[in-house]
Design a protein around this ligand. Structure first.
Ligand SMILES: NC(=O)c1ccc[n+]([C@@H]2O[C@H](COP(=O)([O-])OP(=O)(O)OC[C@H]3O[C@@H](n4cnc5c(N)ncnc54)[C@H](O)[C@@H]3O)[C@@H](O)[C@H]2O)c1
Length: 444
């Protein structure tokens, strides 16, 4: 191999690897605000936690005017309102749409996972472009529906995987597609985080804080008593009714580059190894194996294995890494015909050939801030890299692994067209949830 210790773009060219501009094949573009002097008026659903960061990023765009803020927690709403005092405030997003949908152009959804789809679909139903946090949805069916409606209406969308716009992720996608390690046969993806809960169901109830609209927080999910430090503010992402566990949560970031770079679609099957389901929390440690159909960047089929919690670091001895190589806590590792490539979570990729480490020099790419990409696209000036056309299938694939957690060691054969597990009918109960009465949404 002609690779020196630092592999630059120029070196790649010398090896005969064709370079091409990174395509953005998935973004829709439909102008929402035409005139140059007009601002994009945004409405934000969920403005605490990551919602606060989303609000700060979106509103840092010079052509954004924040006109509506919504949060079920009056304390968090008041905090956000201090920064945007002229924005109208709501605790119920349905009321916000009913009263002022004509007064905003686009919607940002930053609520817990189980509320992404109902809030985002309400926005799409009102013909509003949407920026929605990751994972796109809590259920596979919801991800499919959001994608289809956004595509059919040609609305600008972006899933909140801001790292997909980082130099490291964009550059690695490009390198893999240019064939830096040849066709890829296998991928390992992992996060040492533990967004699971192996404990029992919660007993008793606590008084609902005066600032919290608990019924609205539950939204589409089944009613239950409030328990402090369990749901909000707290640990909802560990629980099956609200979050998606480590695989659905961190997995969306870590799996993004391999899914995108290898142009993967729906998996053929998925199988997990984890503890028996408890009906309460996601498993605290999980190994999830997938087989994907082959693409132009892979061998005939692609094997993919996810590890989380205490299963990290995984055993990567078959990947030809230098002896005793210290693996990062979160990363994707590609096994190719001509070597392996390790992409630590938002850090420069490293290549391994013949047991030797070859750092890769990242070349500057023209990259726009993930949030501003979406704003510009809404203004008709750009496209988005992680529209629902991309985020939908990525979320569907990961959520299938989350479904498989409920049937450990069983292989779930997947028919993506029919949204059906073909060999285990009981798993199909988990593809789509029944919404609580009063919280139904058209299209879901
Ligand atoms: N992209 C990233 O790097 C990143 C990082 C952290 C979280 N997230 C995602 O952001 C989302 C929020 O996560 P978080 O950690 O900020 O959670 P959180 O519980 O801390 O914050 C959620 C906010 O939404 C509000 N909310 C809840 N239900 C609501 C409803 N029905 N209507 C309006 N507001 C509602 C809550 O009061 C709170 O202010 C999740 O989907 C999570 O996966 C993404």
């Amino acid at each position: 191999m002609p690779f020196s210790s630092h592999l630059s773009r120029r070196d790649l060219l010398k090896t005969g690897v064709a370079l091409s501009a990174t395509a953005l094949p998935f973004a829709q573009s439909k102008e929402v605000v035409a005139a140059e002097d007009k601002k994009l008026r945004t409405a934000h659903i969920g403005v605490g936690g990551m919602g606060g960061a989303d609000l700060a990023q979106i509103s840092s765009h010079p052509r954004v005017e924040v006109v509506a803020l919504c949060d079920v927690d009056a304390g968090r709403l008041a905090e956000a309102s201090k920064k945007h005092p002229s924005a109208k405030t709501y605790q119920d997003y349905r009321q916000m749409f009913a009263e002022m949908a004509q007064d905003f152009d686009a919607v940002v959804v930053s609520t817990p996972d189980h509320t992404h789809a109902p809030a985002a679909m309400t926005a799409l139903n009102h013909d509003k472009p949407v920026y929605c946090q990751k994972p796109l949805t809590h259920e596979i069916y919801e991800a499919r529906q959001l994608r289809l409606v956004a595509e059919q209406k040609q609305l600008v969308t972006q899933m909140g995987i801001q790292v997909s716009s980082s130099l490291q992720y964009r550059g690695t996608t490009q390198y893999i597609q240019e064939g830096i390690i040849g066709k890829v046969s296998e991928v390992y993806v992992w996060s040492q985080k533990n967004w699971g809960y192996d404990g029992p169901a919660f007993e008793g109830k606590d008084e609902v804080p005066a600032s919290l609209a608990w019924d609205l927080w539950l939204g589409t999910a089944e009613e239950r008593p409030y328990k402090k430090e369990v749901y909000h503010p707290g640990q909802w992402r560990r629980l099956i009714d609200f979050g998606t566990g480590t695989l659905g949560d961190m997995g969306v970031h870590i799996c993004d580059t391999p899914f995108r770079a290898l142009a993967l679609t729906a998996p053929n099957w998925v199988k997990t190894t984890c503890r028996k389901p408890t009906g309460v929390g996601h498993p605290e440690q999980n190994m999830c194996e997938y087989e994907f159909p082959g693409t132009e960047f892979t061998t005939d089929t692609l094997r993919w294995t996810w590890f989380d919690g205490a299963l990290v670091p995984p055993d990567v001895s078959k990947f030809d890494l230098p002896k005793d190589y210290e693996l990062p806590g979160q990363a994707a590792l590609f096994l190719g015909e001509r070597g392996s490539l390790l992409l630590p979570h938002v850090a420069n990729p490293v290549m391994f050939v013949g047991g030797q480490e070859i750092p890769i020099e990242m070349q500057p790419l023209e990259i726009k801030n993930h949030y501003h990409q979406w704003v510009d696209a809404c203004l008709g000036e750009n496209t988005t890299i992680s529209s629902f056309s991309y985020g939908g299938p990525l979320t569907e694939a990961l959520l299938l692994g989350v479904v498989a957690n409920r049937f450990p060691t069983q292989k779930l054969e997947w028919d993506a067209d029919k949204l059906e597990v073909t060999n285990l009918p009981e798993a199909n109960q988990l593809i789509r949830r029944n919404y609580r009465e009063g919280f139904e949404v058209n299209g879901l």
